[in-house]
Ligand binder design. Structure first.
Ligand code: 8YV
Length: 325
């Protein structure tokens, strides 16, 4: 077809709100996002001045848990109204700046709780039973030369849960089926939790065979799990972290693993993701995951839907589904 003269896009395109996306979502989210918003994809625009060109138009940021939205970015967008986060953790979003500017923030709680609890249990089992080492033993043919060494039992052990919110309490329900004893550390005892409450994290670590960290990230939990906790957990104790890398003093953890102060660790989150400390790769008592606790098709579809529902509610003037307090 020979088109002469300027081609006009449908008017509705020009009335679509401008949304700045900081990282990609799966295709099943990108298609409906493209249909409803004028998207500016920051990851495709590296080095260009897309931000400068569109800074006055952008009314929403669509981000992910680990990408957040920092002060410099929020400050660069004078007409920003909402930050929608694909993830429950909002620690990488500058909430005080958002609050000051009356910018709404939403996240995706609940829909990912079950998956994060599942991977916490999976990491405890994988680390204590050394499942990756067993897999390697079979694949490499080493089995023909001799049996794999013995491992540590999970059922019947003492499981300490650090942080007893949605995810921590779901882990408690999951592991109840393994006949374990459950203890937890949180700001205060939960009247609805029939488990041992430890107001002191060191006391919980000393009691636990496996310590599972589910704390929210942020300044108040920064490096809360450090060298003293590892010493209290001891050489037969295991650590699992499905929260944020920041909740753990990572150099102290690496030291504790290398010098066998603790028995092992199952880790989904790290400092400096995705370029994590190379020391981890040389330690054979760790099981590592690429920040993938919520990474199932089912949960990611629900997370994407919730981000889009929050954005749609905002632009239609309806109450947000999952505002961050
Ligand atoms: C996601 C997360 O991996 O919920 C969070 O806070 O960090 C994770 O569920 C992430 O947001 C997806 O990119």
């Amino acid at each position: 077809m020979n088109v002469s003269g300027p081609v006009s896009a449908p008017q509705s395109y020009f009335s679509m709100p401008h949304v700045l996306m900081l990282g990609p979502y799966p295709d099943w989210d990108m298609l409906p996002m493209e249909a409803s918003y004028r998207l500016h994809k920051l990851w495709e625009q590296e080095g260009s001045d897309t931000l400068a060109e569109n800074r006055n138009s952008v009314r929403a940021i669509a981000t992910r848990g680990e990408l957040g939205a920092n002060k410099a970015l929020i400050d660069a967008l004078p007409n920003l109204e909402i930050i929608a986060c694909y993830g429950v953790g909002t620690d990488a979003i500058d909430l005080p700046t958002a609050r000051e500017r009356r910018i709404r923030v939403t996240n995706t709680p609940d829909v990912l709780t079950g998956d994060v609890a599942d991977i916490a249990v999976g990491l405890a089992l994988a680390t204590m039973r050394r499942l990756p080492a067993g897999d390697a033993h079979v694949r490499s043919g080493a089995w023909a030369q001799g049996n794999m060494g013995l491992v540590t039992r999970f059922h019947g052990k003492k499981v300490g849960i650090v942080g007893f919110g949605r995810i921590g309490s779901t882990i408690a329900r999951r592991v109840s089926g393994f006949d374990v004893e459950i203890g937890y550390f949180d700001r205060s005892a939960r009247s609805d939790a029939p488990h041992l409450f430890f107001p002191d994290i060191l006391a919980l670590a000393a009691w636990s065979d496996v310590l599972i960290v589910t704390l929210a990230g942020g300044a108040s939990t920064h490096k809360l799990v450090g060298a003293e906790v590892f010493r209290a957990l001891g050489p037969k104790g295991f650590l699992v972290n499905v929260s944020r890398g920041s909740t753990i003093d990572e150099p102290a953890l690496l030291d504790a693993l290398e010098s066998k102060i603790i028995a092992g660790a199952g880790l989904d989150v790290f400092w400096n993701e995705p370029s994590i400390d190379p020391r981890f790769a040389a330690i054979d008592t760790v099981v590592l995951q690429p920040h993938h606790a919520s990474g199932t098709v089912e949960t990611r579809q629900a997370m994407g839907q919730l981000v889009r529902d929050n954005l749609a509610a905002h632009f239609a003037g309806r109450p947000l589904l999952t505002p961050v307090a």
